[in-house]
Design a protein around this ligand. Structure first.
Ligand SMILES: C[S@@+](CC[C@H](N)C(=O)[O-])C[C@H]1O[C@@H](n2cnc3c(N)ncnc32)[C@H](O)[C@@H]1O
Length: 251
């Protein structure tokens, strides 16, 4: 169903290479707090929760109850079992949550895996209480300029442009009665140096959907570009090191 098979190997690589250390997520904590307006104990449904990095962060940051819905067994198995997180099997168009059973929905790097966004939006409408927000953290077609991966591996833009755009996502959610409230790029500080990125690119190639789309030649060329920058000790600027994804809020 997803663009890639989140099997055991991919799940382990995802956890190792893609989970962002908590200290790099300060801007995300602030942006989510502003739009979610969290109240202790409120229910957030984490749609496509993966290995539970954000489910865990939301519990720690906001003391909310997270229903972590994830279709891939190998990803689900890595979600920490702890107070505040309920792990459930399901997917965006079939959420194991009662009608009006949640106060917010969170979808992080999931929309491009969902085969029918209109059906997903309808299902999210069903489980959210009236007036509750949908927070989407994603890369969108046509908005790759702040993505570090696109800077070093420009051919990844080819696949990015097949992802749902902001307009397509808003149209799918509008059909279910949601309107766009905000769109803002939010940076994540997950790497201290380009050398660290170079160390990680092989694992990223397994764990990252955009990186998996590269041919061997395209991957090698990008890695060489990166190696040269590390050897030249180039000071990274902007999107060379820091990456931003968009936060799209609908209500
Ligand atoms: C890139 S991972 C993101 C995981 C997590 N949200 C995060 O940001 O760390 C994408 C996840 O979406 C899940 N997924 C794929 N198709 C889905 C669908 N139709 N509905 C919900 N989740 C889906 C995958 O199994 C995978 O765990």
């Amino acid at each position: 169903m997803a663009r890639i098979d989140y099997d055991g190997v991919t799940a382990a690589s995802f956890k190792a290479a893609r989970e962002i250390p908590r200290e790099g997520l300060g801007a995300w904590e602030e942006a989510v707090r502003r739009h979610l307006e969290p109240v202790r104990g409120m229910t957030v449904v984490d749609v496509g929760a993966g290995t539970g990095a954000f489910a865990t962060a939301f519990c720690d940051w906001f003391a909310v109850q997270v229903v972590a819905v994830e279709p891939a067994a190998a990803m689900r198995a890595l979600i920490p079992r702890r107070a505040g997180i309920e792990v459930r099997e399901g997917h965006a168009a079939s959420l194991p949550v009662p009608d009006d059973g949640a106060d917010a929905a969170w979808l992080s790097t999931v929309t491009h895996h969902v085969p029918d966004l209109v059906a997903a939006a309808r299902e999210i409408r069903r489980v959210l209480r009236p007036g509750a927000p949908v927070l989407i953290r994603n890369a969108f077609a046509g908005r790759g300029e702040r993505l570090r991966i696109v800077r070093w591996f420009p051919e990844t833009a080819r696949l990015l442009d097949t992802y749902p755009s902001v307009e397509e996502t808003c149209a799918a959610f509008a059909a279910a009665g949601f309107a766009m409230e905000a769109l803002e790029p939010v940076p994540q500080a997950d790497l201290a140096s380009l050398a660290e990125l170079l160390d990680r690119v092989d694992a990223l190639r397994t764990a990252d959907t955009l990186m998996r789309s590269l041919t061997d030649e395209e991957f090698d060329r990008g890695k060489e570009r990166l190696r040269e920058a590390v050897l030249a000790d180039e000071a990274p600027v902007g999107a060379d090191l820091t990456s931003s994804l968009d936060l799209l809020v609908l209500r």
